[in-house]
Design a protein around this ligand. Structure first.
Ligand SMILES: Cc1cc2nc3c(=O)[nH]c(=O)nc-3n(C[C@H](O)[C@H](O)[C@H](O)COP(=O)(O)OP(=O)(O)OC[C@H]3O[C@@H](n4cnc5c(N)ncnc54)[C@H](O)[C@@H]3O)c2cc1C
Length: 452
């Protein structure tokens, strides 16, 4: 054994929302763990900029608001990070960023009636609550058809404005199997939007939770700036799975190598074949994971004068039947807590963008806003850019109908490996946390505790 060897109950690959929560729950159940994260902090899509011109005030440009649910309250209370209620009551202004044409808003009555209809429809699929594991087999046809077809069938056209705004970051949602839209726009999310509201840390710094967790996760090891080199003995015949990792601190040329031995491997990074290659996938695993398609998604912060402080400015194409903008382009500008700093989202559906291309999209977006609002919008200073790709991994309706999620779920425990993360539920942190707990309770803890 090397002096740097670690022997733990669970090795967790990834250090984002699912990963940190898994470690927290394993610690509560008195199990040891090691987290392997390539970045220099936990949090994944949670990213926070500190503005030197505003006394280092934090500005989130990833995860910002959370649904006000027990899983959120309990986690923040445990780590003594106070929460405050947050209303999202900005005006939304939709227009086509290319020629500047506005979208004619639909009547609010139509939207309310359609939203009530949508809520009733959602209640017909209680198994969509957490994960994909409880989906019936076969999956009902209605959940497999493209969401645009589902909208037509159930006369949900009144929701076009609302959904095209709420789903703006999700990708080509009208063409996704209905399942994905209903997972994203689930009951808790709708309640957050319409009834219960949202919470965020009182510090308005979403990364605070992960910094505190990093210190509080005492029954395990958090290895930052660390990549997995190889995984061996991923078999129930072997005593433990073996994970070789290499840690290189930023701006350092020294690399520390460690060998981790664990009873279970929990993979929570996006399950793309490129990320999973170190696991040595078998043919069946590869045949499932290679089916995922992903849109590219970026966020940025810009310092700019002249954008409205009370409005989201959204890019939509009035000629597209679902008002999807022409991409790659800016999806939206939204105000932040600091006057003259705006948050920008940029998306592409066909290819990844270089950093320069993201910056070009942002400048083109600001030009579009200037054309629409008049000449008082300044040139932007781009303060930070973050690549959140891959975001929202989906498969075709045909694959869902053929039992993709039944087969994917059957991978839980296959070759000592378990999975969690947004791909296994949807892209909201509270849902990811509930899913992670489900995976631990149903699959990982029984093995660690000798109950299976
Ligand atoms: C811009 C943006 C804003 C969002 N805003 C909100 C919000 O306000 N409220 C909300 O509830 N949800 C929000 N979400 C959704 C939420 O962030 C996600 O649902 C959640 O972070 C997903 O957690 P995860 O653990 O699956 O992925 P992540 O949090 O992304 O974690 C994955 C981790 O895996 C690591 N990783 C990647 N590749 C490898 C590898 N090869 N080996 C090891 N580790 C690897 C990554 O560095 C990352 O730390 C937002 C998402 C985005 C992109």
């Amino acid at each position: 054994m090397l002096p740097t060897d670690l022997i733990v109950d669970t090795c967790i690959i990834g250090g984002g929302a699912a990963d940190a929560y898994a470690a927290h729950r394993l610690q509560q159940h008195n199990h040891t763990f090691a987290i392997i994260e390539p970045n220099s902090g936990l949090g994944g899509h949670t990213v926070t900029y500190r503005d030197p011109l505003s006394h280092n005030q934090p500005v989130d440009y990833g995860v910002t608001w959370l649904q006000d649910l027990p899983v959120v309250r309990d986690l923040f209370a445990h780590y003594q990070v106070p929460l405050v209620a947050q209303k999202i009551d900005y005006r939304v202004e939709m227009f086509d960023f290319t020629p500047g044409r506005p979208i004619q808003p639909r009547s609010a009555d139509d939207a309310t009636a359609a939203l009530n209809r949508y809520r009733k429809l959602l209640a017909e699929y209680p198994y969509l609550g957490t994960g994909f594991e409880d989906l019936p087999d076969p999956v009902p046809d209605e959940l497999v058809v493209p969401f645009k077809q589902y909208m037509d069938k159930h006369h949900l056209g009144g929701l076009l404005d609302v959904f095209s705004s709420w789903l703006t970051g999700l990708g080509e949602w009208p063409y996704y199997p209905t399942l994905y839209v209903m997972k994203y726009l689930g009951r808790d999310y709708l309640d957050g939007r319409t009834r219960v509201g949202w919470v965020r840390p009182a510090s308005h710094d979403a990364s605070e939770l992960f910094r505190v967790m990093e210190k509080g996760l005492g029954s395990g090891v958090v290895l930052l700036n660390t990549r997995v080199v190889r995984v061996e003995s991923r078999s129930w015949n072997a005593g433990r799975v073996v994970v070789d990792v290499a840690t290189t601190a930023p701006r350092s040329t020294n690399t520390t190598r460690r060998r981790i031995q664990a009873k279970a491997l929990l993979f929570t990074a996006p399950p793309l074949p490129s990320n999973l290659a170190v696991l040595g996938l078998d043919a069946h695993e590869h045949s499932l994971f290679r089916q995922f398609a992903d849109p590219w998604f970026y966020t940025a912060l810009i310092r700019v004068q002249g954008l409205p402080a009370d409005a989201f400015l959204e890019n939509h194409d009035p000629d597209h039947p679902f008002h999807r903008p022409r991409l790659p382009a800016v999806l939206a500008f939204r105000p932040t807590d600091i006057a003259n700093i705006a948050r920008v989202t940029v998306a592409s559906t066909t290819r990844g963008l270089t950093d320069d291309e993201v910056r070009d999209c942002i400048r083109a977006g600001v030009d579009a806003v200037r054309r629409r609002l008049g000449g008082n919008v300044s040139d932007p200073k781009i303060l930070a850019v973050r690549d959140h790709s891959p975001y929202t991994l989906t498969v075709s309706g045909e694959a869902v109908a053929k039992g993709f999620y039944r087969q994917l779920t059957a991978l839980q425990g296959h070759r000592r490996t378990y999975y969690a993360g947004a791909t296994w539920d949807t892209h909201h942190a509270p849902q990811v946390w509930m899913l992670t707990d489900q995976v631990l309770q149903r699959h990982v803890l029984p093995v660690l505790e000798g109950r299976r």
